[in-house]
Ligand binder design. Structure first.
Ligand code: SAM
Length: 313
């Protein structure tokens, strides 16, 4: 569903999702060397467009996204680069498979810009945001079968509490799970507003977080669980390292601490990667001001090669 958009014109899509840390990503990928690149989370194609416009020496871009609707919008937006791009509706854990399908033994750079695009949050009608009253779906890929409403209405209380605690780092997880179970015994919870109000009421008012909506952590947890985000990310990182050419670069942008921790530890522990960014790159104050959704972004960069060698940025 593409609600308020009739076309995938560039200005439309640019307005809907502003890519983060673009300059830093382009510097990190070293595309001036040319070669083959993978945008494993194409989204609306903001990073891909910037890459192809600024670096004509890039020979080929393999563009993947798990969300078919986003992929179609990006395909239209990037039509002027058609001959340089291959589009894949695929989970990024399949990077290796996709690259080999394209006939390459390896690639020179990989970008993973994790999480959701603003299109998914604001336009997709899939219940990712508690700011809109929508059905509780939360699937990145509509071909998968478990919806957020299934999880919320069917999981045993203890399991729900565990997930909310683990993936949302929510201190009130047990209370929230108990409130969900109490409410669903009356009638199923089917919409974002219903879930958000159950969560809000489960947390005593004086403990409501000051900077975020009380349901933020619960929504994050359910989304991560439904889409198996951490399992996919770990497999994608492993797969990415296998397909990188020597000195090929991987750039990963994460948006919350749990995700960033997975990337940081993976980079540190992988024998075949040299860490380029000892500390993550954060958006400037100017970028955060212009695009508040960039505020939690962290970019980590690594290079294929034995861990012992020094890397200069
Ligand atoms: C932050 S957006 C990317 C935005 C993009 N860089 C741009 O400039 O428009 C993240 C994208 O990753 C996609 N995604 C999330 N999990 C994925 C997965 N496991 N495999 C492939 N794509 C995934 C989402 O569907 C979403 O479109």
């Amino acid at each position: 569903m593409i609600s308020s958009m009739n076309t995938a014109s560039d200005s439309n899509l640019e307005h809907i999702h502003t890519p983060v840390l673009v300059k830093e990503v382009l510097e990190g990928l070293l595309p001036e060397r040319g070669g083959v690149y993978v945008d494993a989370t194409l989204g609306l194609g903001g990073h891909a467009k910037a890459l192809l416009e600024a670096f004509p020496q890039v020979n080929h871009l393999i563009a993947m996204d798990w969300d078919e609707e986003a992929l179609e919008l990006a395909r239209e937006r990037l039509s002027s680069f058609e001959e340089k791009i291959s589009f894949y509706h695929s989970n990024f854990k399949n990077i290796e498979l996709v690259v080999s399908e394209e006939g390459y033994p390896g690639v020179d750079g990989i970008l993973m810009d994790l999480g959701l695009s603003s299109y998914q949050l604001d336009e997709s009608g899939r219940g990712f945001s508690f700011m809109r009253d929508e059905p509780l779906d939360m699937r990145m890929d509509r071909n998968t079968t478990i919806l957020a409403s299934d999880m919320v209405n069917k999981l045993p209380e203890e399991r729900l509490a565990q997930l909310i605690q683990l993936y949302g780092e929510e201190p009130w997880a047990k209370k929230i799970a108990a409130a969900i179970v109490a409410r669903r015994s009356d009638r199923p919870i089917l919409s974002t507003f219903e879930l958000a109000s159950v969560v809000r009421e489960a947390i005593p008012r004086r403990f409501h977080p000051r900077k975020i909506h009380p349901a933020t952590r619960t929504f994050q947890a359910i989304r991560i669980a439904i889409n198996r985000e951490f399992e996919n990310l770990t497999q994608a990182l492993e797969s990415a390292v296998r397909v990188l050419n020597p000195e090929g670069r991987i750039c990963v942008i994460s948006f919350h601490s749990l995700e960033d921790r997975i990337v940081k530890h993976f980079f540190r522990n992988c024998q075949d990667l040299k860490v380029v960014t000892k500390r993550p790159i954060r958006p400037s104050d100017k970028e955060v001001k212009e695009n508040p959704r960039s505020r939690s972004a962290k970019l980590r960069i690594a290079e294929k090669g034995p861990q012992t060698t020094e890397v200069t940025k």
